[in-house]
Design a protein around this ligand. Structure first.
Ligand code: GLU
Length: 421
């Protein structure tokens, strides 16, 4: 998505392949296995004509990338973003394969995207676009085939249009074809907080192990959407001091700690965190190198690069976003002794809640919100402990490569059992 001077590869797909190569080397797998693990099973590009409010028809382009289904149906969100492209969607779907595997969910990896700036569309235009996109990919999704969910700039309302469009096309209600739905349409009450809650739970667990606890630790969160806002909310409830947050219009900093419920109110009423009074304005770039204990990048890809990695002061980075750290930056951070909890673990709360929702849909709506939250926390903590004990045995490899090695090995074994390799 973002290319910067001075770095070899900032294309998300190239990054994802470089990361996979490292994991394959750790596992001692050969080139044949690397090729089989790397290659997508299917990538679909669709054309979405939308009748706009002014009466003109505009053409949008969307994708659905299906990376690997050895462990189960493809699973992953759909993002609406003006800079999304096929390479990004392919990278994100590969990361979903590793994420679902690491969390031991019965899913493979998929991801979708539409190249659009939804902030410039009316509500009706977004509905038409969403229905058009889902109709275009409808033959390639299904509750046992590919299960989309929300991602950047998509939400439960988008999912409601998706399942309704599916209902129109196939003629009966299948709630399990999409997750992250509104509660009235088979969603979980807790799905909306799940990713942010998971990020916070992992940050707390990592802080307990590495920083002597979460209480009083200074936290900076880049991105104040669904993931960043709830991560900040839970961490401040658990006694951490969230000193800085930001969104696409800029950031705010108060070394004494921000009142997160107030920031949330300001963000929902005025749309920007910088409207919060009594805090110093900072840029998104400044936020990354603040003097804090924990840094949570929860916006987009490629924000931690070789340019700023040497200046980062946090001791712990918990990746709320997908792909926020480039491979070169990863090497620098590892050498500097900064622990990066990788995206495929840190932000897996969303897809884990999606799995609970999908199971619940298929059993007729059984689970309570409390049970769903407990199950989510248990899954996240178990995955963190698996990674942490692996790291204790292999201190020569960075946490991302360790997490990917655990995940890739499971996918590889499933492919072998199926006779794909
Ligand atoms: N978009 C989220 C992710 O990147 C959630 C995907 C899902 O729930 O399927 O993990």
């Amino acid at each position: 998505m973002v290319r910067k001077l001075g770095e070899k590869a900032l294309d998300p797909y190239e990054n994802a392949v470089m990361q996979l190569k490292k994991a394959v080397n750790v596992l001692g797998l050969d080139d044949e296995a690397f090729e089989a693990l790397k290659t997508h099973e299917r990538v679909i590009q669709v054309k979405i004509p939308v009748r706009m409010d002014d009466g003109k028809t505009r053409i949008f382009i969307g994708w659905r990338a299906q990376h690997n289904s050895a462990l189960g149906p493809y699973k992953g969100g759909v993002r609406y973003h003006p800079e999304t492209d096929m390479s990004e969607v392919m990278a994100l779907s590969m990361w979903m394969t590793w994420k679902c595997s690491l969390l031991q969910l019965p899913f493979g990896g998929g991801k979708g995207g539409v190249r659009v700036d939804p902030r410039r569309l009316s509500f009706r235009e977004i509905e038409a676009l969403s229905r058009g996109y889902f109709a275009a990919i409808s033959r390639f999704v299904g509750e046992d085939l590919d299960i989309p969910a929300p991602d950047v700039y998509t939400n439960p309302q988008t999912m409601a249009w998706y399942i309704d469009e599916y209902y129109r096309i196939i003629g009966h209600n299948i709630f399990g074809v999409v997750t992250g739905k509104p509660q009235q349409l088979g969603g979980l009450g807790t799905r909306i907080v799940a990713t942010g809650f998971g990020v916070a739970a992992i940050a707390r667990e990592a802080a307990n192990k590495m920083l002597g606890g979460i209480e009083g630790k200074r936290v900076a969160v880049q991105g104040f959407g669904n993931v960043g806002s709830y991560a900040a909310y839970y961490l401040s409830n658990w006694g951490a001091k969230v000193v800085a947050v930001s969104d696409s219009s800029g950031g705010i900093y108060d070394p004494k700690g921000l009142r997160i419920d107030e920031v949330m109110r300001v963000k929902s009423e005025k749309g920007k965190v910088i409207e919060y009074p009594d805090a110093k304005r900072i840029s998104n770039e400044e936020l990354l190198t603040l003097d804090v204990d924990i840094l949570i990048p929860a916006a987009l890809e490629n924000v931690i690069t070789i340019d700023n990695a040497p200046k980062i002061k946090a001791k712990l980075i918990v990746e709320g976003a997908n792909g926020p750290t480039t491979p070169e930056a990863d090497d620098i951070l590892f050498k500097r002794g900064i622990f990066v909890v990788p995206d495929i673990l840190a932000n897996a709360g969303g897809v884990t809640a999606s799995w609970i929702e999908w199971v619940n849909n298929r059993t007729g709506g059984w689970i309570t919100d409390d049970e769903a939250m407990r199950k989510l926390e248990e899954k996240m903590i178990t995955a963190f402990r698996t990674l942490y004990s692996y790291m204790n045995r292999r201190s020569d490899i960075d946490p991302r490569t360790a997490a990917q090695a655990v995940a890739v090995e499971r996918v590889y074994n499933a492919m072998k059992l199926r006779g794909w390799i």
